[in-house]
Design a protein around this ligand. Sequence first.
Ligand SMILES: CC(C)(COP(=O)(O)OP(=O)(O)OC[C@H]1O[C@@H](n2cnc3c(N)ncnc32)[C@H](O)[C@@H]1OP(=O)(O)O)[C@@H](O)C(=O)NCCC(=O)NCCS
Length: 209
Amino acid sequence: MAPRVFLHLTEISGLPRLGPGEPVIYAAVEKGEGAREFLAARLVDALAGVAPEWSEASSWGGLEVVAGPLGQPFLQLGGRPGPSISFSTAGDLLWAAVAALGQVGVDAAREEDFSASYPFSRAFGPKEWDWARRHCQGQTASAAALLWAAKEAAVKARGVGFHTLDPLDLEVVLLAPAGEGRHLMVRAPEPVTAWARPLADGWLALAVV
Ligand SMILES: CC(C)(COP(=O)(O)OP(=O)(O)OC[C@H]1O[C@@H](n2cnc3c(N)ncnc32)[C@H](O)[C@@H]1OP(=O)(O)O)[C@@H](O)C(=O)NCCC(=O)NCCS
C-alpha cells in the first residue's frame, strides 16, 4: 500500500486488509459545491496507483456520480462504470471511499448526535452495546457513534441503506485491532467485513461486500 499523501486539506489513506474490496482508499474534504467530484477524482487517481485494474481509469473521461434507485452512488468515468464509491457527510467534512473490488460503504458518525435522550435500545442490541461501551471506556455517545457508523457503512456497502433493514437487524462484532482502527464484522444479517477508527468527534467506519 502506498504511503499516505496529503493533497490540500485531503488526507488519503489506504486500508490494506479489508477483505474482498482491497485495496480500499478513503479521504475527506471540506463539504461544498463540487466536493464530491473533487474527492472522487482524487480517490480514483490514488486507486490507480495501487490497483492495476484501475490504473488507466483517470484517463477514461469525464467523471460523474449518479444515484441508484435507493440512493446508492455510482461512479462513471467517460460513461464507463468506475470503482465502487461511497460518501458520508459529518459536520463540515465530506468523507468518501473507493474499493478496487466489490462494493464499499463509508460512514462517519459524530458523538454529538447521540445525546442522553437518544433511543439507544431501538438501534443497538445488548451484546454489541456491551462490548462497545467497554471498548469506549463507558462513554455512551462514543459507543453509539462506533456502532452506528459500522451499521451504516454496512448498509451502504449492501446498497440498501436503511430502506429494507432496521438498525436492530444488524449486529456489530468486534474482531481485532488493525492499524489505527479495529476490524469488525457486521451481521447484516450475512457477514460484512468492516473496519472503524476513532475521529476527533466520533467514529469512521468502512465496510465492503
Ligand atoms: C444510507 C443512509 C442511511 C445514509 O444517510 P445519512 O446518515 O443521513 O447520511 P450520510 O451523509 O452518512 O450518507 C449520505 C450518502 O449515502 C449515500 N447513500 C444513500 N443511499 C444509499 C444506499 N441505498 N446505498 C449506499 N449509499 C447510499 C449517498 O451517497 C448519500 O449522499 P447524498 O445524500 O449526497 O446522495 C440513508 O440515506 C438511508 O438509508 N435512508 C433510508 C431510510 C431512513 O432514513 N431511515 C431512517 C434511519 S433508521
